[in-house]
Design a protein around this ligand. Structure first.
Ligand code: ZN
Length: 490
């Protein structure tokens, strides 16, 4: 991969060097033009102030035989010269404008092409079509028309779901919990080490997985692109398969992360402690070290995947990242926004709002993971109603509205393989939820008129150590499993 990156960087460098050369040439031309104009203008000025000419004029004036005609001719000549220099100034300004607009159009094309790195050809074409120059719209500028034609050609070479699937129901939806950032603390042999070995993935493993999936052609997509709600001619809404067009061989998939709450029980066990906005304005993680000092860095999925997609924009369809599923009983994203007695309660709520806004800007979506994290199949309707309402009251105002529900423990509200029919479903639907996600070893998906139900595959220690055959289609686990992970110990 280093080689591939290297060659891409070299290409980029080559391209920007070429571009720089072109700009320098333009600037040189402009300088030559400016110098030329200055020479002509100053020459005209000199001519006008030329004492010889004044003498000539005086001579003309004194020369009665030539009369007023000669005088008028000289006056005209001066006016013409004056006018000429004004015309030249105007031409200069026009030249400057033309050069500026050429650069503007080139930059616009570059900007538009950036969108196509994540397959958003429609937005790229639309961006160029909005151009308005002095001479008219994009259609009068050959460079823009050529760029649009090129984009259309590439767009037409894309195929539905990269040709890898015939239905969105075949897409993978993989999920993780918080990543282990310090193996020595998570696998230290204390009472929760076994739980971490079963249900968590290390940062080492996550990075290997993403690299492997990227090399296999996988592309992150949003569930909102996978299935879309449309309104028919009678005003009735229904969910239909999204039309995701990708280069041949690409494989769309969905990623989610559960319990992005950084619970108290994980303190001191080698996990991030919360999500913050770094000095560069991008989301990152904070972690508390053994000595109590706080450090920022890529200690969980968000900053790791953000950096990976920044380096490989073709790993994401239209900038999609993943779904962050939040409970409410210990606050959100590592901030104890559940506790009104906390001295930082009000401030934490504002911080979570801001962090959530930046996360969404970076392609992340949010889901409810219930408030109390209880088994929703076993719990009563009354419990689920209160639990959901509490989540909507406490968590939703911080992260914004969402229509995605990720079931705690992956346990669905119903066992039916037909249409949901319980009052639990009716309540959740009324509360605004459309996308429901459980967990299954063999993934399946239902696309109904009124909801989407899609199971997910865990990529945790249990899956890797106990059921490695289930992951064969995705990875060569020998290359993925962290050498520091203990063997199966449950
Ligand atoms: Zn959970």
């Amino acid at each position: 991969m280093a080689d591939r990156n290297g060659s891409r960087n070299r290409k980029r460098k080559k391209k920007s060097a070429k571009r720089l050369g072109f700009i320098l040439l333009l600037e040189l031309l402009l300088l030559v033009f400016l110098a030329g104009s200055y020479y002509i203008i100053s020459k005209n000025k000199k001519d006008n102030n030329n004492p010889g000419k004044i003498v000539d004029n005086n001579q003309d004036k004194n020369d009665k035989s030539k009369g007023n005609n000669k005088n008028t001719n000289e006056k005209d000549k001066n006016e013409i010269e004056e006018k000429l220099s004004q015309a030249e100034l105007a031409a200069l300004r026009e030249q400057e404008r033309l050069l500026k607009e050429i650069t503007e159009r080139e930059e616009l094309i570059e900007e538009a092409k950036k969108l196509t790195l994540s397959y958003d050809y429609d937005s790229a074409i639309e961006m160029i079509k909005t151009y308005q120059g002095k001479e008219g719209g994009y259609e009068v500028y050959p460079a823009l028309v050529t760029a649009i034609n090129e984009l259309e050609t590439t767009k037409n070479s894309l195929v539905l779901y990269g040709g890898s699937y015939t239905s969105v129901a075949q897409f993978n939806h993989i999920f993780f919990h918080s990543l282990i950032a310090d193996n020595s603390l998570a696998f230290d042999g204390d009472y929760d080490s076994t739980g971490y070995n079963m249900y968590m993935t290390t940062t080492y493993e996550f990075e290997k997985m993403m690299q492997s999936m990227y090399e296999d052609g996988y592309v992150l997509v949003s569930v909102h692109d996978l299935a879309k709600q449309v309104t028919d001619e009678n005003g009735k809404t229904k969910f239909v398969e999204g039309e995701i067009y990708l280069p041949p061989g690409k494989k769309p998939f969905v990623l989610s992360q559960d319990d992005v709450n950084y619970y108290d029980y994980m303190d001191g066990d080698g996990f991030a402690s919360r999500i913050v906005i770094g000095g560069d304005g991008k989301p990152t993680c904070e972690m508390i070290l053994k000595d109590g000092s706080v450090v920022q860095g890529p200690y969980d999925i968000v900053p790791i995947l953000d950096a990976f997609v920044e380096e490989h924009p073709d790993f994401s369809y239209k900038g999609a990242k993943g779904i962050l599923a939040l409970t409410g009983y210990e606050g959100s994203l590592g901030y104890r926004t559940d506790d009104p007695t906390s001295p930082t309660y009000e401030q934490d709520k504002e911080t979570v709002k801001e962090v959530a806004r930046v996360l969404k800007e970076n392609g992340w979506e949010f889901a409810s993971h219930s408030y109390n994290h209880r088994n929703m199949l076993e719990k009563s309707f009354e419990f689920i109603k209160n639990d959901t309402n509490r989540w909507l009251d406490e968590v939703a105002p911080l992260i914004g509205p969402t229509d995605i529900f990720i079931f705690p423990f992956g346990v669905d509200i119903e066992r039916t393989m037909g249409h949901y029919s319980s009052d639990k479903y009716t309540f959740l639907k009324k509360a605004g939820f459309n996308y429901f996600h459980g967990v299954d070893s063999k993934p399946w998906m239902h696309l109904k008129d009124d909801y989407v139900r899609m199971t997910r595959r865990p990529l945790d220690g249990q899956a890797m150590l106990q059921f490695p055959e289930r992951l064969k289609d995705l990875f060569n686990l020998d290359e993925i499993i962290d050498p520091e992970r203990p063997p199966m110990n449950w």
